[in-house]
Design a protein around this ligand. Structure first.
Ligand code: ATP
Ligand code: MG
Length: 555
């Protein structure tokens, strides 16, 4: 398998795995994705998911899902379920689904092993006292007065901690490593704390909970994870990760770090996302403006486009900020191939074809998807009374205006050329009807008119439409790096959602199922929302057709 992987196409983690396999270090590789179930997964997590699953798959290995549920107060079943659903939607299936809480008994035994070896002690110092004795990176810390307690006493005290004899925060278990270590994480880090709290899986069995540094590496080792991949902020934890595993003499999982995904105009911390939800800035975790996987899905992003995005951004070792427009580019690329084309008129204005007989319907046809040879065609009714977009008409156009204007001509897509002859205005002087003539010989596909017109606009025939609610989404934040603001909520874009209540859509959209993708011709990509009812469909604008990313690259 590994011979088939061309070295020049590999990123640094693939190179590490290839070298490990070539050296015979492992028979097969096992990675894991370890989310804390305290929120919904976001686009940053999808980066980590794709990385872990793709890396293992590329070398014939597997990937576990492990819920990092060591913190008893935050986990909720809703999050646990949404996480698995999102991973599967992205197209990945975990080899095993585990919980760090499965290992609480084992972790407790490991801790006793460490105490017995004289490598951990129960500390009754207050958190303030511990902090004040930590020292600084250039100055050694001071030993805790409890550092030299005997093994027997420590074992007894640890058991009392576990038995619930002490209140929250009364004491902790600390590793006994080196109070002068240049890496502050090695200055006798906490391994266990007391927290009398109910846990979603272990109930009230435990009142001591392992710290991240004690739970994570040991869980990796128990599962025999070969390559434990995390984000850069865990680099200083790596020595401790290795120290714990070495002391216990257990399977030597190894930690590797990559740069987390940061996206412009986006906040990615779950704490901030939770705030947006709790304080009703958005309608929920799956609000189509949220960078959550469920929000992106509802907005109309496809799993293929998110995986493509993860591949394109690659795996970096240095922090960077990726353009949101790249993600939009990826979904456009994907939907251009997949989405059915449909006509919708969001803000209609009436056109009357004065030379087309009243009451007559001519049936035309148009392609469902010019990118898909199998896509077929659909019928379009053409009548004397039509609707076009208000935006496609200007009474006093600037030079080089190619849409409709007095005396001007435009082609109605897949139909005929029309010429604007007259306007009907209301008392306020606003145009309410555009009277046009149509050119019968200009029928698309069999045009013998010899006329050349620059503009092509979309349209619908009166009486052959349904109404829909169309939710026009825009980016949720109006600054590039909202997380850098003093209050990120002040950077929210007040126009991130505009609702069009009575858009007109073609009848072929009547059967659109929630989640179905469409290109509304000339307007953008849209996705049918689960809020749709039988009389009234709801569509979310996924993205406009305009591509700012590829253009920016060419400059
Ligand atoms: P948050 O800061 O949003 O709470 P987290 O890192 O605490 O994120 P976890 O649930 O612990 O969230 O993350 C699970 C996995 O996803 C971890 O391995 C973490 O490194 C990875 N991850 C989280 N955010 C990103 C990101 N923005 N880019 C890449 N990977 C990420
Ligand atoms: Mg975390």
């Amino acid at each position: 398998m590994k011979e088939h992987v061309a070295p020049e196409q590999m990123h640094f983690l693939e190179e590490i795995v290839a070298a490990d396999l070539a050296a015979g270090k492992y028979e097969s590789i096992l990675t894991r994705f370890p989310p804390e179930p305290n929120g919904y997964l976001h686009i940053g997590h999808s980066k980590s998911i794709c990385l872990n699953f793709d890396l293992a798959a590329k070398f014939g290995g597997k990937t576990n899902l492990r819920y990092d549920d060591t913190n008893p107060s935050t986990e909720e079943t809703e999050y646990v379920e949404s996480i698995l659903a999102d991973i599967r939607w992205l197209g990945f299936e975990p080899a095993n689904i585990f919980y760090a809480s499965n290992y609480f008994d084992q972790l407790y035994e490991y801790a006793k092993q460490l105490i017995a070896a004289g490598k951990a002690y129960v500390d009754f110092s207050s958190p303030e006292a511990v902090a004040s004795m930590k020292g600084t990176p250039t100055e050694a810390g001071k030993p805790s007065p409890y550092r030299d307690t005997t093994v027997e006493e420590n074992l007894a005290q640890f058991e009392r901690m576990k038995n619930g004899e002490y209140p929250d925060g009364h004491c902790t278990l600390r590793a006994k490593i080196d109070m002068a270590a240049p890496n502050m994480h090695l200055r006798d880090p906490y391994l266990y704390r007391i927290k009398h709290a109910h846990h979603h899986r272990t109930g009230d069995k435990w009142c001591i909970y392992p710290m991240y540094d004690w739970a994570h590496g040991q869980s990796d080792s128990i599962e025999q994870i070969t390559h434990s991949i995390c984000t850069l902020e865990f680099i200083p934890h790596r020595d401790l990760y290795n120290w714990c595993i070495e002391q216990l003499g257990i399977f030597p999982s190894k930690q590797y770090e990559f740069a987390r995904l940061n996206l412009t105009y986006t906040v990615m911390s779950k704490r901030k996302l939770l705030q947006l939800v709790k304080e009703n800035y958005v309608s929920g975790w799956d609000d189509p403006r949220m960078p959550t996987i469920s929000g992106l899905r509802r907005r109309g992003f496809t799993a293929d486009s998110i995986r493509d995005f993860a591949r394109r951004i690659g795996v970096a070792k240095r922090e960077n900020l990726i353009e949101l427009s790249l993600l939009e580019f990826c979904v456009r690329e994907d939907l251009n191939k997949k989405a059915l084309r449909r006509f919708a008129v969001l803000n209609p204005i009436k056109v009357v074809l004065t030379n087309f007989p009243e009451g007559q319907t001519e049936w035309l046809e148009t392609e469902n998807n010019p990118e898909d040879p199998e896509g077929g065609k659909r019928p379009l009714a053409f009548t004397r009374h039509l609707w076009i977009e208000q935006d496609d008409f200007m009474e006093n156009p600037p030079p080089k205006y190619f849409r409709l204007s007095p005396g001007g001509m435009v082609r109605l897509k897949s139909a005929f050329i029309i010429k604007c002859e007259d306007l009907v205005k209301n008392d306020a002087g606003e145009v309410v009807e555009i009277h046009c003539s149509y050119v019968p010989e200009s029928r698309s596909g069999s045009d013998t008119s010899g006329l050349k017109v620059q503009g092509v606009i979309h349209w619908l025939a009166e009486g052959h439409t349904e109404t829909a609610e169309v939710r026009m989404y825009d980016r949720l934040f109006q600054v590039e790096d909202p997380a850098a603001e003093e209050d990120f909520k002040l950077a929210i874009n007040p126009n991130s959602l505009e609702i069009i209540h009575n858009a007109l859509i073609e009848p072929a959209l009547h059967t659109a199922q929630a989640g179905a993708h469409f290109q509304f011709t000339r307007l953008g990509y849209f996705c049918a929302d689960p809020d749709s009812t039988d009389p009234k469909k709801v569509f979310n604008r996924t993205v406009t057709l305009k591509d700012s990313w590829a253009k920016g690259q060419k400059k």
